[in-house]
Ligand binder design. Structure first.
Ligand SMILES: NC(=O)C1=CN([C@@H]2O[C@H](COP(=O)(O)OP(=O)(O)OC[C@H]3O[C@@H](n4cnc5c(N)ncnc54)[C@H](OP(=O)(O)O)[C@@H]3O)[C@@H](O)[C@H]2O)C=CC1
Ligand SMILES: O=C1O[C@H](COP(=O)(O)O)[C@@H](O)[C@H](O)[C@H]1O
Length: 603
């Protein structure tokens, strides 16, 4: 499969900048470009090597548990087998990916392999809202391989034409669209098909297998299954897909959506069951926050800018805040949500993943395993969350401007008297040399006053600051703060103290502001696009490894159990408010003042 040819193309498009005229390359000016180049070349080489290492005689389909070892001996090393040294050596002989392709006869592979993407649960909300649109965007950007087929699979009865009709209603052209969007949509829809079947029927998946083979036309078949179904049917679907519809001569990968269990035990049981049918390398546990542009940029910002990395420790950082806020309630997902609550829905995964990327030590390389090793280490250095370091809340009905907004428990799918938190604030600590004593504060809530996600880094005071008296009594207001606004309206800004122009000596706080909409004309791809492309390319960097998941659950499971066993009553906050006041007391205990989401000047 020659996806790398496409990804190189689509990646170069994705990184072009509107105002590049002002950008002067110098030996050091393009650390970012260097990192991108290394990453892309790495992707390219990794997929090239994996393809080359899969001669047809070497392939064993994933069929039985007994064969798992055989799979591990064939497919897994194919994916992982090339040593990083080998890859790095290849990286050093700089050749444009395109040159290498032609030179190695790789274009031939492009014609001889195919990727089939099956969206299991195609009739559902996520498939319509995110997966099909992301696949179309990849197609639009020429990021999908030449030979690909998309199959929707679900129990609902639908014809191919009906699926296409359903999908077409969710597709949009980008705002920076080029002219031929409608044409592209039609071409894309022609590559989409539907098969109706049960999730626990090997026979139904065997029919899917037959249909996929017809499309694959004897080429090397690579198969990606996206499990966009409720978690209680994950294992049935994995079992049937693996036993009846995995590839006979290429790779088979499965994207698994969260929730990955609801505590340490259920998560371990899920992993164990998945591993009856798949090797770890075949499992792509998705956390879509890792696919967001500014989360992806976090490592670039830190590791390629001399002004940040030396400050990245307890010596200079006073606290770190990870904030998620939605200005709407559960809206029809109350049934799902009530079983999980905001801590499992947002904190244990999205915010903790960001924290791990933020706080990890420098990885040996940009290779997926090196990065994930560092993330696991930092997670394992963390103290399990304590009950006294958590505040929970639940939204209640509120009337504003003549409109009444419902309480969480007004949702028909939520059990009467539910105590499930729709808001939580927490203080977490990393007990290692770099972060000892630095509070990492998390705050996540639904039905709040604003929508957004931010990372805020508050720095310490300047010791013996000459200008202290100009700040008045509130020295905390005078410290630097770095804000990474993940969404909406992506931006990175640094609050600095500055002299107000004039004859006097008046200081104010101003922002050095990198506002993405002003700096880059290209639309930012949706997280699902990046993650789907990575899964197709076998790039695991942004997917969660099982030991990461275990470490993440270990931090939250004890407190989740305690909250439930002790039936802790959440603090009720009005729909559309700033959330429970308890969050401020929690922060104050650690001498922290929450940054106010979206309220900063110079947006
Ligand atoms: N929706 C979202 O925004 C997000 C969803 N997720 C996760 O993605 C996955 C899919 O989410 P979503 O699309 O919202 O889920 P849906 O509830 O829409 O379910 C997807 C499909 O699964 C089938 N299905 C639903 N319930 C059952 C059941 N009890 N037994 C058998 N089949 C069932 C239905 O298809 P049919 O009846 O045709 O078989 C349905 O169309 C879930 O794991 C969810 O947690 C994660 C993040 C966000
Ligand atoms: O995983 C989830 O994420 C969404 C928020 O995602 P975003 O990309 O729109 O910020 C959240 O609404 C949902 O409850 C949760 O399951």
């Amino acid at each position: 499969m020659a996806t790398s040819l496409y990804s190189t193309h689509c990646r170069s498009l994705a990184t072009s900048s509107s105002s590049s005229a002002s950008f002067q390359p110098s030996p050091f000016s393009s650390n970012l470009a260097y990192l991108q180049r290394v990453t892309f070349s790495h992707r390219f080489l990794a997929s090239k090597v994996s393809l080359k290492s899969q001669p047809p005689s070497y392939q064993i389909p994933v069929h039985t548990q007994q064969q798992e070892g055989a799979v591990a001996a064939s497919v897994t090393p194919v994916e992982n087998g090339t040593s990083h040294k080998q890859l790095n050596a290849e990286l050093l002989s700089v050749k444009s990916p395109k040159e290498s392709l032609v030179e190695d006869g790789f274009e031939k592979d492009e014609n001889e392999s195919t990727v089939s993407i099956t969206v299991v649960g195609a009739s559902g909300d996520l498939a319509k809202k995110k997966i099909f649109p992301a696949l179309f965007a990849l197609y639009y950007e020429d990021c999908l391989p030449k030979h690909f087929t998309i199959y929707g699979y679900a129990r609902s009865k639908m014809t191919d034409a009906e699926l296409r009709n359903m999908v077409s209603r969710t597709l949009t052209c980008r705002i920076d669209k080029r002219e031929n969007c409608n044409e592209k949509m039609e071409q894309f829809l022609k590559r989409c098909f539907y098969h109706s079947g049960q999730y626990d029927s090997q026979e139904n998946f065997a029919v899917l297998d037959k249909k996929l083979k017809e499309h694959e036309g004897g080429r090397t078949s690579n198969r990606l299954f996206y499990l966009s179904i409720p978690p209680n049917i994950f294992i049935d679907a994995v079992k049937c897909a693996s036993l009846s519809a995995s590839s006979g001569n290429g790779w088979t990968r499965v994207i698994v959506e969260k929730p990955f269990g609801r505590d340490s035990e259920s998560s371990a049981a899920l992993t164990k069951s998945l591993k009856q049918y798949l090797t770890e390398d075949q499992i792509f546990r998705i956390d879509h926050y890792l696919g967001k542009e500014l989360v992806e940029n976090l490592s670039v910002l830190r590791f390629s800018n001399l002004i940040f990395e030396p400050l990245w420790s307890r010596q200079y950082i006073r606290n770190v805040q990870l904030i998620f806020s939605e200005d709407f309630g559960t809206e029809g997902r109350g049934g799902y949500f009530d079983h999980y609550g905001i801590i499992r829905d947002i904190m244990q995964n999205h915010l903790l993943q960001i924290l791990a990327l933020f706080a990890m030590e420098t990885p040996v390389s940009l290779d997926a395993e090196d990065i994930r090793n560092e993330k696991v280490k930092v997670l394992r250095s963390m103290r399990p969350l304590q009950l006294e370091d958590v505040v929970i809340g639940q939204y209640k009905s509120h009337t504003r401007g003549g409109v009444t907004y419902p309480a969480y428990v007004d949702d028909k799918t939520v059990p009467v008297g539910s105590l499930t938190p729709t808001f939580a604030a927490a203080a977490l600590f990393i007990d290692n040399a770099r972060w000892d004593g630095v509070p990492f504060l998390m705050k996540a809530g639904k039905a709040l006053h604003s929508k957004g996600a931010e990372i805020r880094v508050q720095f310490r005071h300047v010791p013996g600051n000459l200008y202290n008296r100009n700040f008045g009594a509130d020295l905390d207001r005078a410290t630097n703060e770095l804000v990474i606004r993940v969404q909406p309206d992506e931006a990175i800004y640094l609050k600095i103290n500055n002299k107000v122009p004039g004859l006097g000596m008046k200081l104010d706080r101003s922002n050095l502001n990198l506002h993405y909409a002003a700096r880059y004309s290209k639309e930012i791809p949706d997280a699902y696009e990046r993650l789907l492309l990575d899964a197709i390319e076998g790039e695991r960097r942004l997917f969660i490894r099982s030991d990461e998941l275990d470490a993440a659950w270990s931090l939250f499971t004890p407190v989740l159990k305690e909250l439930e066993e002790k039936k802790i009553i959440p603090e009720y906050y009005p729909y559309g408010s700033r959330g429970p006041v308890g969050a401020h007391y929690l922060a104050a205990r650690y001498n922290v003042r929450w940054g106010d989401l979206g309220s900063d000047i110079d947006r």
